[in-house]
Design a protein around this ligand. Structure first.
Ligand code: PLP
Length: 411
C-alpha cells in the first residue's frame, strides 16, 4: 500500500445492491458455524435431495461412467447432440411443435441458463413480471441486468396461483417478459390448465417473452396435472427450463436445459445473443450431459417417490400432519415440487416476524428454515421448509417448531 493512504474496502457495485439469495444467506452461514462447533442442525433450507440420501438413478451414473473418456474436451456451446436430441424428443412427446436441436441449450444447471436468457434480453429500465413468492434467482437475475422485477402476487387464498387479470394490470410499455414457475418453488402450487391457458393468451396478445421454469415438472402429488406452456404457446417466444437437479436428484451434476419454441422467427437476434453468451462460457459440464438421454427415456423413477406410499409422498404427508397438529401453523398443501410454504398465525403469535423466528429456531432448536421474505413477498408470516427429510426427522422438526412457538404464544 502506498505510504499515507488509508486502506479502503472494495465497494460492491450498484447493480448488486438489491441482489439477495436468503436460501444460502446469513442463517445458512450461522448453521455451518454451529455445526463446526459440534451442533447437529436439521437443515431444511436447500432443495438438495442427495443431502437426504436420495440417489440419482443408477442408469444415469453408469451412462456418465461409460462416456467419461469422451467427456474430456470442450463440446458445442449448446451441448452434446445426444442430450439435445433427447430434450427435443421429450418436448415432442408433450405436444410441442417445431423444436429442433438448434433450439435447445444445455447449461450448468437451470441457474446458469436463467442468467443467460435474461442477460440476452434485458436493458436497464426494462421490466419483467416475476411471481411473488418466487424462486429468488429470478428476481436476482433481472436485477443483475439493471432491469426491474415487477412482482405479481400469487396469493394463498388463490392456492398461490397467479390471477391473470391482476397480472395484466401490471403490464407497462417497458414489460418484456413474464416468468412462470410451475410447479412452484417455494409454494408447491401446480397451476390449473385454465390459468396457464389464460396466461399464454395474455403473453401472446401483449407480445411478451414467456419464461417457464418447469424444473419440478414431474414432482406431483395428489394426482395433480402439470400443464406445460410450450404446447399452448405459438404466437410469442417461449423458453421452457428443465433439468436433472430435482426430478432426477442430480443437483451436483449441474445439468439443465432450455428449449425455445413458439414464434422463433421474430426472435432470431435474441436467440443469437443467447448463443453468444453460451459461447462465452465455452460449454457446460460435459460428463453430466451424458446422463440426459438416459434420464429422459424409459421408466421415470420419480413417480415411485411421489406416490402416496413413496418416500416423498410419505414425507409430504408427515409434514402436513405436523402442520395440521400445530396450534399455530397452516399451509396450502403443496401439490408439486419439494417444499411447503408455511404460515404462522399472527393472531396467536402477535409480532411474529419470519426472520426473527428463523434465527430463534436455529439457535434454540437447531432447525434451519428460510424466512418467507427471502422469496420476495411483502409479508412476514411465512417460512419455507423442504420435504426432503425422512418422516421421523420431519416429525421432530414440527415438535421443535411447536416448542419454540409455545414460548412465543400469548394463548
Ligand atoms: N428453478 C427453480 C424453481 C429452482 O427451485 C431451482 C433450484 O432450486 C433452480 C431453478 C435451479 O436449479 P439448477 O441450477 O440446479 O438446475
Amino acid at each position: 500500500m502506498p505510504d499515507g493512504q488509508a486502506p479502503t474496502s472494495i465497494p460492491v457495485p450498484r447493480h448488486l445492491h438489491s441482489v439477495r439469495y436468503e436460501i444460502r444467506g446469513p442463517l445458512a452461514a450461522r448453521a455451518l458455524e454451529m455445526e463446526r462447533q459440534g451442533a447437529e442442525v436439521i437443515k431444511l433450507n436447500i432443495g438438495n435431495p442427495a443431502a437426504f440420501g436420495f440417489r440419482t438413478p443408477e442408469s444415469m451414473r453408469l451412462a456418465i461412467a461409460e462416456h467419461l473418456g469422451e467427456a474430456e474436451g470442450y463440446v458445442h456451446q449448446k451441448g452434446i447432440l445426444p442430450a439435445r436430441e433427447a430434450v427435443v424428443a421429450e418436448t415432442q412427446s408433450r405436444g410441442v411443435r417445431g423444436v429442433t436441436v438448434d433450439d435447445v441449450v444445455l447449461g450448468n444447471g437451470v441457474s446458469e441458463l436463467i442468467l443467460m436468457c435474461l442477460e440476452a434480453l434485458l436493458e436497464p429500465g426494462d421490466e419483467v413480471l416475476v411471481p411473488s413468492p418466487d424462486y429468488p434467482l429470478w428476481t436476482a437475475a433481472v436485477a443483475l441486468t439493471g432491469a426491474r422485477a415487477v412482482h405479481y402476487p400469487c396469493r394463498s387464498a388463490n392456492g398461490f396461483c397467479p390471477d391473470p387479470q391482476e397480472l395484466e394490470r401490471l403490464i407497462t410499455p417497458r414489460t418484456k417478459a413474464l416468468v412462470l414457475i410451475n410447479p412452484n418453488n417455494p409454494t408447491g402450487a401446480v397451476y390449473p390448465a385454465a390459468i396457464v391457458e389464460a396466461l399464454v393468451r395474455l403473453v401472446e396478445t401483449r407480445g411478451l417473452v414467456l419464461f417457464s421454469d418447469e424444473i419440478y415438472d414431474r414432482i406431483l402429488y395428489d394426482c395433480a396435472q402439470h400443464t406445460s406452456v410450450a404446447a399452448l404457446c405459438h404466437d410469442t417466444l417461449c423458453a421452457t427450463f428443465g433439468g436433472l437437479s430435482k426430478v432426477y436428484r442430480a443437483c451436483g451434476y449441474r445439468v439443465g436445459w432450455v428449449s425455445f419454441s413458439g414464434r422463433k422467427s421474430h426472435a432470431k437476434e435474441y436467440l443469437q445473443a443467447v448463443d453468444l453468451l453460451a459461447s462465452l462460457r465455452l460449454c457446460s459440464n460435459v460428463p453430466g450431459q451424458w446422463a440426459v438421454q438416459t434420464a429422459l427415456r424409459g421408466h421415470q423413477t420419480i413417480y415411485d417417490l411421489t406416490a402416496p406410499t413413496g418416500r416423498l409422498g410419505r414425507q409430504r404427508a408427515a409434514a402436513l400432519e405436523g402442520i395440521a397438529r400445530s396450534k399455530y401453523l397452516d399451509v396450502v398443501a403443496p401439490t408439486g415440487a419439494i417444499y411447503g410454504f408455511v404460515r404462522a398465525n399472527r393472531e396467536l403469535l402477535p409480532g411474529f416476524d419470519d426472520e426473527t423466528f428463523a434465527m430463534a429456531l436455529l439457535e434454540e432448536q437447531k432447525v434451519l428454515v428460510v424466512p418467507g421474505s427471502g422469496f420476495n413477498v411483502d409479508y412476514k408470516d411465512h417460512f419455507r421448509i423442504t420435504l426432503l427429510p425422512d418422516e421421523g426427522t420431519m416429525r421432530e422438526v414440527f415438535t421443535r417448531i411447536e416448542a419454540l412457538l409455545d414460548t412465543w404464544s400469548t394463548a
